[in-house]
Design a binder for this molecule. Structure first.
Ligand code: SF4
Length: 325
């Protein structure tokens, strides 16, 4: 994989970059720490940036007249507009961002399941929502890989996050080059990864690149980016990857002994049954691609969409409901 590839990532500053939490603490995160050698981080603490200081009285999300507002009970002050204005300035300056890693459960940074009180008084009950900084980030970076640190302890969510992050980073290079040749090469090299994510979107993207309407390259790149975001909207199903691996297997299966075929197909089954990670059948397949020296297949990003050093198969086992097939 390309050595120069360094995704640009906005990260919640309290995760090991500064003691900026409301209580003056920092909460380092193992995964955030590990990524430091591989990405360019842009640490941000939105609550400090809007002038709340450290330490500070806690703020919370509350529903007031049908609107979700960011509220500080101790001072009876709303900070929603201040936060939205800050996001506009911050994200406006950081336009080439590939992803964000945000602190969960925060009324500013939490991406989901943040407590939203049903009124300004404590007894009012609560529902689940999204922090204001996170909600604005989803609007500004609709193509970005955005996750919170707690969810990234789940292996499949983490693998999906890294795949999307590095794919968007590669695509940023296409945007910078802004040539038809770069777009065609991107589509070719990502063919099987895209197929694994969404066969439908992979075809749509192929149509965009075919450019039957003779559109300008800038316009094509814009359409392509939207399609790419749709393709990476969800974690792919196991069977998508197996279909793609069967497809690649078809390139050389006629040349294999029955023992080799059984061994490869058995690895697909083990992956399907959750007994081994995806990297095992992929690496077995890749060894044959190397043996048969197929240049087109060798260049496919599906073999290593992100640096192998980040491939850590440890898993919290949490959130299976959200990623189940
Ligand atoms: S969760 Fe976000 S706003 Fe809260 S301390 Fe961390 S970086 Fe700052």
């Amino acid at each position: 994989m390309e050595k120069s590839l360094r995704p640009r990532v906005i990260v919640s500053k309290c995760m090991g970059f500064d003691a900026c939490r409301y209580n003056g603490q920092t909460l380092p995160d193992k995964f955030v720490e590990k990524l430091k050698d591989y990405v360019d981080y842009y640490p941000v603490c939105a609550e400090v940036e809007i002038g709340l200081g450290v330490p500070r009285n806690p703020i919370r999300l509350v529903i007031e007249e049908g609107q979700t507002v960011l509220y500080q009970p101790a001072t009876d002050t709303e900070y929603t507009q201040a936060m939205i204005d800050f996001c506009g300035r911050c994200f406006g300056e950081l336009s080439d961002i590939d992803g964000l890693i945000l602190k969960g459960r925060s009324p500013s940074c939490g991406t989901k399941d943040v407590k939203v009180y049903l009124g300004k008084t404590k007894v009012a009950g609560s529902v689940k929502g999204q922090g204001v900084f996170a909600a604005e980030a989803f609007k500004y970076y609709p193509h970005g890989a955005i996750e919170e640190e707690g969810r990234l302890t789940n292996f499949r969510i983490r693998e999906h996050f890294l795949t999307k992050l590095y794919t968007m980073c590669r695509f940023r290079q296409v945007e910078e080059t802004a040539t038809m040749a770069a777009l065609v090469k991107f589509q070719a090299n990502n063919k099987y990864l895209l197929m694994a994510y969404s066969q439908k979107e992979q075809k749509v993207l192929g149509q965009i690149v075919a450019n039957h309407e003779k559109l300008a390259v800038d316009q094509l790149i814009g359409y392509y980016k939207e399609g790419l975001a749709r393709a990476f909207a969800k974690i792919p199903r196991y069977r998508n990857y197996i279909n793609v691996m069967m497809h690649i297997f078809g390139y050389f299966s006629d040349s294999l002994s029955s023992g080799e075929k059984t061994f490869i197909l058995d690895s697909f089954d083990k992956y399907r049954n959750g007994k081994i990670p995806l990297s095992v059948p992929l690496n077995i397949l890749k060894s044959y691609v190397i043996r048969y020296n197929d240049g087109y297949l060798l260049e496919q990003t599906i073999w290593a969409p992100f640096p192998e050093e980040l491939m850590d198969i440890s898993d919290s086992g949490k959130m299976e409901d959200e990623v189940g097939q």
